[in-house]
Design a protein around this ligand. Structure first.
Ligand code: SF4
Length: 577
């Protein structure tokens, strides 16, 4: 069996993620087309999606009338920047701050009379931009072998293109040191490049073949393939999984996969998936357990059962008799909302999660039928419970399903529509909606006045944690590109503190509730569930279960499992009584 190893940081680098975020943000707030000065990244499908969002690529600002122009990560010369402004265009600057730092260094040393030597690819957009900051002399060399042909200077400042091979740069600097009496060398290779180069060196030593996924004209993709070759492995560069065939990988016992800084994570995943299929001698079964699990999570069926489970637990704490209609309302509300939301926002998945996009495209009709049936059935059952319950169901499903889409619902709700632009508002809405469905609707249907605070706190806290965990997992990859969520705004570390804080508080609330006699042993089962969640959070933070079906399965099945534990104890007690 061929072993497949994936580099940990294969996917967009920080600078590219930031540039896409800036671009999508700009497009969201403008009605007119906007333009990127050169392709934002080298990926045809992503470029196609950007076109759908009225984001087009230009190679010359003179080709268009006064517009908004995005400067991509590589940056541009001050001269071109001035000309663009003079032509009446508005500049939106997505130059990577690390490139801007190198521009600043070159400007400073050139201003002090230093000649500039750039180690990189002459003609590459970043290098062209860097050269524009030089007021003295500038030379672009590809390595130490070019140093001999450089003219004499009194003082020289050396800089590397941010994606330069570090050995190539250090060799060139050593050579420059021998030649020039005064040499200053900038530490200009970016961290993302270092990390990727370290990983490809490790992959080259552990595998027989290294596959580098990335655009044909991506300099850093080419460099990664070169480095793999220099460290003893065969290497090939591909743009998509379609370029892979059994012939190309035949005879290799272990294969490493990495990607350039502008390659989307989902493209890398498709390559790994194809490799697994090509190397799996046991064949591929459509009806495997793994496929069934995948369907349960992707169709949101498991999550809907968890909705019922949570309603059951909450009713137990509230001392409300769990009835089928109340349990069914939660099931249908979750299924209708999540399915319709994902289907209405399917185009966004193209940019963030291509695998999921394809899955939804494949089952589009089935999923729409399930969503519509759930909306109608859930609406009818809740109206039968009471007018208020029915209205709450209809309002929450409508708002939740269309949360990110520009639909009639939001035109009607124009005064509050702006709330959804508040970063992180979706998580708060989701937690509140779950609270209404699984606590308030049963509360309204109860005869007595049941306990409300504890089940609301439990539901809100754990649903909020669920959202944060998905975001934390996604923030490690490029799945949050274009989304303003807590881990993006405040960092993964701060978000994890929020999770631990909520878990700790919920632990106190459940313990306090049990001591005060609010609920029975079901509170202890829920407390045990919190410890399991704590364990899951800890392991997820260590980088385990990244973007796997297991991760989705755990979170989707969580409330169902807790409810089944309570139900099992209930049954044992019932039969032993
Ligand atoms: S490779 Fe480095 S310098 Fe280039 S965009 Fe990414 S983070 Fe910025």
């Amino acid at each position: 069996m061929t072993e497949i190893k994936l580099a940990k940081n294969a996917g967009f680098c920080w600078g590219v993620k930031r540039a896409i975020d800036i671009t999508l943000q700009a497009a969201r707030h403008r009605k007119k087309k906007i333009f990127t000065f050169g392709p934002l990244i080298h990926n045809p499908q992503l470029m196609e999606l950007l076109k759908n969002k009225k984001i087009h690529t230009i190679s010359d600002y003179k080709d268009i009338e006064q517009s908004d122009i995005i400067i991509r990560t590589h940056g541009i010369t001050p001269e071109i920047r001035g000309e663009i402004r003079k032509a009446g265009h508005r500049i939106i600057d997505a130059t990577c701050p690390l490139v801007a730092r190198v521009q600043g260094m070159i400007k400073k040393f050139s201003g002090r009379g230093y000649a500039i030597v750039i180690v990189g690819d002459d003609g590459h957009a970043e290098v062209v931009g860097l050269k524009g900051f030089v007021k003295t002399s500038v030379h672009v060399i590809s390595g130490k072998e070019d140093v001999a042909s450089l003219p004499p200077y009194e003082k020289v400042f050396a800089a590397a293109q941010t994606t330069c091979d570090r050995k190539r740069y250090s060799d060139a600097v050593n050579e420059l040191q021998k030649k020039y009496p005064v040499l200053e060398a900038g530490d200009t290779i970016c961290e993302a490049t270092y990390t990727r180069q370290d990983e490809v060196i490790a992959l080259a030593s552990e595998t027989d073949l290294v596959i580098v996924v990335g655009g044909r004209n991506s300099a850093n993709t080419k460099r990664l393939a070169d480095i793999a070759g220099q460290h003893g492995a065969q290497s090939i560069r591909i743009e998509t999984e379609q370029e892979l065939s059994a012939d190309r990988i035949n005879g290799y016992q272990s294969i490493g996969v990495t990607a350039g800084a502008s390659t989307p994570q989902w493209l890398v995943e498709r390559v790994v998936h194809k490799l697994k299929k090509l190397t799996d001698k046991g064949g591929y079964s459509l009806f495997s357990l793994a496929e069934a699990m995948r369907f349960l999570t992707k169709s949101n069926l498991l999550l809907a059962f968890s909705g019922s489970g949570l309603a059951y637990i909450n009713m137990r704490i509230m001392n409300v008799q769990p009835t089928m209609p109340l349990i069914a309302v939660s099931f249908f509300a979750v299924l209708a909302t999540y399915l319709a939301y994902q289907l209405l926002n399917a185009s966004n998945l193209l940019i963030s999660d291509h695998g999921k996009y394809q899955y939804h495209a494949k089952f589009k009709k089935v999923f729409w039928s399930m969503a519509l049936f759930s909306a109608v059935a859930g609406g009818a059952i809740s109206l039968n419970l009471g007018a208020l319950q029915g209205l709450l169901f209809i309002a929450l499903v409508s708002v939740g399903a269309t949360y990110r889409a520009d639909t009639l619902t939001w035109k009607v709700l124009a005064p509050v529509a702006k709330l959804k632009d508040i970063p992180g508002s979706k998580d708060i809405f989701a937690a509140t909606a779950w609270g209404v469905i699984t606590v308030i609707i049963p509360y309204l249907s109860a005869e007595k006045n049941p306990e409300l605070a504890l089940p609301l706190a439990y539901t809100f806290g754990l649903i909020y944690i669920r959202s944060l965990l998905f975001e934390l997992r996604d923030v490690k990859t490029d799945q949050v590109v274009g989304r303003e969520v807590l881990p993006v705004l405040f960092g993964a570390k701060n978000s994890s503190f929020v999770i631990y804080g909520i878990l700790f508080s919920l632990g106190l609330v459940l313990t306090g509730g049990y001591i005060a006699g609010v609920g029975d042993y079901s509170l202890l089962v829920m407390l045990a569930g919190l410890f399991i969640m704590l364990w899951f959070v800890y392991y997820s933070m260590q980088g385990k279960w990244e973007r796997s079906t297991k991760f989705d399965l755990f979170l989707d099945a969580y409330f169902l499992s807790v409810a089944l534990m309570v139900l099992a104890i209930d049954s044992v007690k019932h039969f032993s009584a």
